[in-house]
Design a protein around this ligand. Structure first.
Ligand SMILES: [Zn+2]
Length: 441
């Protein structure tokens, strides 16, 4: 009765609307992302801190979430996910990873085959749906594992992707519908990504479309959020610069650099990356897709990129590989037996190899991950041999733990003013091991 009376009273209605708007504004302020650069190398590489609040957007009265500030040091690794969760690690094992693993990347396109944006919105967004209240989510349309851009299918209406459920075309309005329902901590605008070999005309069209979709996405997202403007430009330094300059004019929280890992050579990449980062304001984060190998990550950081995806970890794990390169010192100390193994190159070993069937040591002596603390190479090798899912879970835990350690070592090198030496040592040492492996084959 009181509720009915209240609805009929315009003054009460106005007060309720104002209070609701205030609460929404407060929630938006809480969700704002902050970024600050703390140290520079001798070149463009920088170390910074990214801060964001999680657990504050819940509207469900029975939710256990409370606003929590997450702080991620950069350069950082974003954990790649399928539908918001790591490929093999279950949610109950996520807390066993180091605290710098609390930023997860997902593609809204992973959800196109089933649950609707309305249902996700009714649940309260992605954090609520997955029960991960202490993790940040970064939405990117493309991922480098199961949602690859398909430039021939892209047209003026929307971007095309190859996905596990077929080729799909997504328009900015459909994309924003998913973003609004999921409430990620940051999201990237839609991009027309093209491979390195397309014509100059097609590359220019890709930049024009990506800028237009950026404006469309900003206009369509009434609640804003932390928008990362997409930058493309293929293999043209001029188009890369034009794309970055256009995005830098817009009011966005950060930048997402697309179109890499699509056929360009390692030698061509640095001038393209530098053309982009030189046009961007220093005090906003830069995220990239398509650079996963350690050498590629170092190349991106050398150009001033802050955030990377972990598709490399997925590819390693799915192939039965475990990272082994020493984190404490860059000079390797790999035994001759490891060098002679198939698929091992001094940075990783392949546990499918029969030589590990009787090896009762952990993957890396002294590694503090759950897998190395509790299991041996022999056991994981056995699990791989009999196709047990647990093998991939244990490998993903170790590989993620190890790669996070690699990023930590890079940050320390930048802070200590030794990033360039770190990078050179790592690359020289990798080359030495590739050469040694080739000789021993
Ligand atoms: Zn380990």
């Amino acid at each position: 009765m009181r509720r009915f009376f209240g609805l009929k009273n315009p003054k009460n209605q106005r007060q309720r609307c104002t209070a609701e708007r205030e609460r929404e504004r407060e929630r938006e302020r809480e969700r704002e992302m902050k970024f600050a650069v703390k140290a520079w190398s001798k070149g463009r590489a920088r170390a910074g801190v990214l801060q964001f609040v999680v657990g504050s957007s819940s509207s469900r009265s029975n939710s256990p979430s409370h606003p929590t500030e997450i702080e991620i040091e950069t350069p950082a690794l974003l954990l790649s996910t399928r539908k918001g969760l790591p490929f093999f690690i279950s949610p109950d094992l996520l807390p066993s990873l180091p605290s710098d693993s609390h930023l997860l990347q997902f593609s809204p396109l992973h959800f196109l085959e089933g649950i609707t944006p309305e249902t996700i919105s009714a649940i309260g967004g992605l954090h609520e749906m997955l029960g991960l209240h202490e993790y940040g989510f970064a939405a990117v349309p493309r991922d480098s594992i199961v949602c690859l851009p398909h430039c021939d299918g892209t047209n003026k209406l929307g971007a095309s992707f190859e996905t596990p459920f077929g080729r799909i075309l997504i328009k900015p309005s459909e994309y924003i519908k998913f973003i609004s329902s999921m409430k990620p901590n940051s999201w990237t605008t839609l991009a027309d990504e093209v491979p390195a070999w397309v014509s100059e005309k097609r590359n220019k069209t890709s930049v024009d479309r990506t800028v237009r979709w950026l404006d469309d996405c900003i206009a369509l997202s009434s609640k804003g959020g932390n928008i990362f403007g997409a930058i493309v430009g293929g293999s043209s330094v001029e188009e890369r610069r034009r794309s970055a300059q256009e995005v830098a004019k817009r009011n966005v929280s950060g930048y997402w650099i697309g179109g890499f890992g699509l056929g360009e050579s390692m030698d061509d990449r640095s001038p393209l990356l530098n053309a982009v980062t030189d046009c961007l304001p220093e005090q906003k984060p830069r995220q990239i897709c398509g650079l996963g190998l350690p050498e590629e990550v170092l190349q991106g950081i050398d150009s001033g990129v802050d955030l990377f995806d972990a598709s490399y970890i997925y590819n390693l794990t799915a192939g039965g590989f475990a990272l082994t390169f020493p984190l404490e010192r860059i000079v390797r100390n790999v035994s001759d037996s490891q060098l002679s193994n198939k698929g091992s190159d001094g940075t990783k070993i392949n546990l499918n190899d029969a030589v590990y069937r009787k090896d009762n040591s952990p993957i890396v002596d002294g590694c503090r991950c759950y897998s190395c603390q509790n299991h041996t190479k022999a056991y994981i090798s056995h699990l791989l041999n009999v196709n047990e899912m647990l093998a991939l879970i244990l490998l993903e835990i170790h590989n993620t733990h190890h790669y996070l350690g690699f990023f930590r070592a890079i940050r320390e090198a930048i802070k200590g003013g030794k990033f360039e030496e770190f990078r050179n040592h790592f690359i020289e040492d990798s080359c030495d091991h590739v050469f040694a492996t080739a000789l021993s084959a």
